[in-house]
Structures are given as C-alpha cells and as structure tokens.
Design a binder for this molecule. Sequence first.
Ligand SMILES: *Cc1c(COP(=O)(O)O)cnc(C)c1O
Length: 226
Amino acid sequence: MESLHPALQGVLRAIENAAVQSGRPGAVSLLAVSKTRPAESVRELAQAGQRAFGENYVQEGVAKIQALQGLGLEWHLIGHLQSNKCREAAQHFDWVHSLDRAKLVDALDRERAPGLGPLNVLVQVNVDGEAGKSGCRPEDVPALAERIAAAPHLRLRGLMAIPEPHPDPGQRARSFRQLKGLFDALALAYPGVDTLSMGMSEDFALAIAEGSTQVRIGTALFGARG
Ligand SMILES: *Cc1c(COP(=O)(O)O)cnc(C)c1O
C-alpha cells in the first residue's frame, strides 16, 4: 500500500503520531475531503485503502457517489446544507456534518428512506461566533441534540466545527478545547455520541491534541485546490 499513495500514508502516519502523543492510539480517523477532485482521484485513494470521503456540495457529491458505486465507500456531507437539498442528501449520503438548525433535522428525518437505516448526523457548531458562517451557537446544541435524538431516521453521533483560522495557535487551541467540552457533555447525555470532527490540513495535529476523533483533510492528501 505504501507505494500506492505516499500522501495518504504520510497523512495517516502524522495522524497516528498525534493520536499516540495525546494518549489515544488508534482513536482518530481520517475523512478524506474530495470536494473539487475528480472521481478518479477518489478511486486512487480508495484503492490505497481509504474508505471515508467528505463532499461540500450535494450535487457534486451525488455524482461521485454514483460513479463509484460498489467500492463500499462511506460518504459524508460536510458543506452547508440548504433545506431544499435535504431530500437528495438524505437519500445518498451516509453522514451529514452540517446540521445546524431544527428545520434540517425535520427535513432529513422525513426524507431518509427507512430501508437505508438511520442517517448519521453531527451538529455543526459556530464555535467562534463568526458572522455569516454555518453552525449553531454553542448554547443551541442541547435543544438540537434533543430533537435529533427524537428523530427515528437520524442517529446523533457528535459535533463538527471549523474554528476561525486564527493565526495564534493558542486561540485555536482554546476553540478546540471549548468544542471538546461541549462534546463531552453531549456524550454523557447520549450514549451513541462518539465523533468529534475537528481539524483540517493546517491544524489537525493541534485538533488531535485537544481531543478530536476525526480530522477532515483535503489539501494534504490531494494537493492545493485549483
Ligand atoms: C475543504 C474543507 C476541509 C478540508 O480542508 P483542507 O484545508 O483542504 O484540508 C475540511 N472541512 C471542511 C468543512 C471543508 O470545507
């Protein structure tokens, strides 16, 4: 496998090093962010052993899901979700990370075909209170979580966030730590909660040090987006 995809092997090694350093060997998974990349690049990564892929746009994601059927891949929607796209999202994806308002809970629950099994969802938190950015306020997490837990076709798995890319790593670490606190409280209240999705190419080691269980990485795997 080493020879198949050196970038993947390098990223996996760096993730595991950070996990070991935080005292949690094997506890951090990789979500390969394939937005803007052709299906063929996803196939190469899949052939090297990567299973979980993240897409930002429903339409682009569905096209790749259909092109790569039969490879046993797991697809995560990580971009902002409009309510008129919930039907397609619920029919094709395995996970939605961008659940940030009650309306989406109801729409995804309604549109999930029961034959597919429950849709895994993460509540997206706008942890730094940035204007115009997706994600609910930290104080809105409990009410959203309660609504998700009551939805028969959804399964609450945890939290996702994209902290402000602050130049000061101390600031970023504080945002990650705040998310970890919210996540721990959620996991106490809901036994199925096991996923804290935080950390990208630039800051995944720091996110892991602060308790991330899943990092979402595009650039470090595929190169810079054009
Ligand atoms: C693009 C994107 C990523 C990956 O970013 P990189 O810097 O390329 O690793 C992760 N999460 C979300 C929500 C994204 O939109």
